[in-house]
Design a protein around this ligand. Structure first.
Ligand code: GAL
Length: 392
């Protein structure tokens, strides 16, 4: 299976948890087709945990819960395929899934064959209830071989939450994407912590094996299965999506596409950001500035000068066709300036070349610049530009 760009799709877990059904998946697929998600590249529709009965059948096979999936999985896969999508399902390397359903430990080959028989194109493979005497790496290798033994092209999405530095070994096991972090929650701290924890690892992410920093919470606004604390606002969701795009992470929508707010829907379908995420060269960004103190301010209420270290991030990503993505992020709670001096990304003032900048989100033409282009950003906000080299 050849996978040149980060996988894109939708996953049931973030919003629906155990509340999944045949009808939900069909409605989601229809909506994603109607609203342009499929055309934008969101191709995989994935059912997460809680889809099966608690017992296997007499031949040891997993059984879809008939109350949730009365037509079985093959019929649902056919329907999803008929609309042009690929169909994803979920199991776990342990003896039970995280929600307590039967999982694939010691059943890898029979389960992989069952998924292939149903027409599954994507398997998310979790790590709960894993026997302490067993070897986790070996069991991901086993499921990888089991999927290949079916003869079907199945994207293998390993989800061991970053245990044992998966960026060092998942690629050699035939895995197509690996979850490198714990579960995302629908708040600002959760997704910024997750992204920061992986900044140094994206150099090992790329074609055929992508670092997966979990499903998006864009557009959830505190509803659903992963709400905790203060939900994000629009600017924060834009920061989440921009980070995932600049890093080249898989884009799995976790919100309810049937009821997506217009801002969130436009963000998820934004052509400029998706162009950066899906660039065929698949390069990680340079961290031009990271953790620079960008904001020092006197607060008359407490009488202190406040500094926000670790608050700014400037990313610069080489794209195909002589283009570049530039991401400015202000992680401070207050407004501040995020710098970008071109020489720090390899383009000194006297080079004879300059950057023609456009806003990646709005398409606004920002003109030609040869030295620097800084951004004043509100707290928690970001801006992403597309840059093209021009000769002076
Ligand atoms: C977690 C996993 C989540 C979700 C959940 C289902 O381990 O990280 O993404 O799949 O299990 O129970």
């Amino acid at each position: 299976m050849l996978l040149n760009t980060p996988p894109m799709g939708w996953n049931s877990w973030n919003t629906f948890g155990a509340e999944i059904s045949d009808e939900l998946i069909r409605q989601t697929a229809r909506t994603m087709k109607e609203k342009g998600y499929l055309d934008a590249g969101y191709r995989y529709i994935v059912i997460d945990d809680c889809w099966s009965l608690k017992e296997r059948d007499s031949q040891g096979r997993l059984v879809p819960d008939p109350a949730k999936f009365p037509h079985g999985m093959k019929a649902l896969a056919d329907y999803v395929h008929g609309l042009g999508f690929r169909f994803g399902m979920y199991s776990c390397a342990g003896v039970q899934t995280c929600a307590g359903y039967p999982a694939s430990f010691d059943h890898e080959f029979i389960d992989a064959q069952t998924f292939a028989d149903w027409g599954v194109d994507y398997l998310k493979y979790d790590f709960c209830n894993f026997p302490s005497s067993a070897d986790g790496k070996n069991r991901y290798a086993t499921m990888s071989m089991a999927l290949k033994a079916t003869g079907r092209d199945i994207l293998f999405a390993a989800c061991n939450w970053g245990t044992d530095a998966p960026w060092m070994w998942m690629k050699s096991l035939g895995v197509h994407m690996y979850r490198s972090t714990g579960d995302i929650q629908d708040n600002y701290k959760s997704f910024t912590d997750i992204a920061h924890s992986q900044l140094d690892h994206f150099c090992m992410s790329g074609a055929n094996c992508f670092n997966d920093i979990d499903m998006l919470t864009v557009g959830m606004y505190g509803k659903g299965n992963v709400a905790l604390g203060q939900a994000c606002n629009d600017a924060e969701y834009q920061t989440q999506f921009a980070l995932w795009c600049m890093l080249g992470a898989p884009l799995m929508v976790g919100g309810d596409v049937r009821n997506m707010a217009p801002f969130a829907e436009q963000l998820l379908l934004n052509k400029g950001l998706l162009r950066i995420n899906q660039d065929t060269e698949g390069r990680p960004p340079q961290c031009v500035y990271r953790g620079r103190v960008i904001h020092i301010e006197y607060d008359p209420v407490d009488g202190w000068w406040h500094e926000y270290p670790d608050a700014g991030l400037t990313l610069f990503k080489h794209l195909s066709d002589h283009e570049f993505g530039v991401g400015y992020f202000n992680f401070a709670p207050k407004s501040g300036e995020i710098p970008f001096i071109f020489a720090d990304a390899g383009l000194p003032y006297g080079s004879g070349a300059a950057l023609h900048l456009t806003d990646a989100v709005t398409g606004e033409d920002l003109g030609v610049h040869r030295d620097y282009y800084h951004q004043n950003l509100e707290g928690h906000a970001c801006r992403v530009l597309l840059a093209r080299l021009v000769k002076l």
